[in-house]
Design a protein around this ligand. Structure first.
Ligand code: AMP
Length: 112
């Protein structure tokens, strides 16, 4: 099982902010911004490049949910950024697809 599957099955504790039948959102343990939440499919898709056409509905619902998760975290006015790190050069460390939701401070562009 991946680390995030263990969080999804509550085997490893996390500060969960949202959970549905097929995805879960929780605070990143090493936040890079005042708000840093991970939105993760319970099914272990390794990374975005390996998602299949059958994952489109799930991925779409995760994207749509990010707006409410951000608003619930107080980011509606200031805005937020979604990031997916796909592969080594992007900084992927956990091979289980996840959206990073970052906000609560001005974020630089381009990212490093
Ligand atoms: P990435 O580098 O894009 O693969 O992102 C993996 C993220 O998972 C990093 O931001 C880590 O800080 C985060 N992370 C690792 N272990 C945990 C954990 N047990 N609970 C919450 N977040 C975690």
């Amino acid at each position: 099982m991946t680390l995030f599957e263990k969080i999804a099955t509550h085997e490893i504790p996390a500060r969960i902010v949202c959970e549905t039948a097929d995805f879960i959102a929780f605070h990143d343990v090493n936040p890079q911004a005042p708000v840093h939440i991970l939105i993760v499919p319970k099914r272990p898709i390794p990374r975005l490049a390996e998602a299949a056409p059958g994952d489109a509905d799930l991925l779409g619902r995760m994207l749509l949910a990010s707006g409410k998760i951000a608003a619930d975290a107080g980011l509606a006015a200031g805005g937020y950024r979604l990031v997916i790190n796909n592969g080594r050069d992007a900084g992927e460390t956990v091979p289980h697809l996840h959206l990073h939701l970052l906000g609560g401070r001005p974020l630089q562009w381009p990212p490093g």
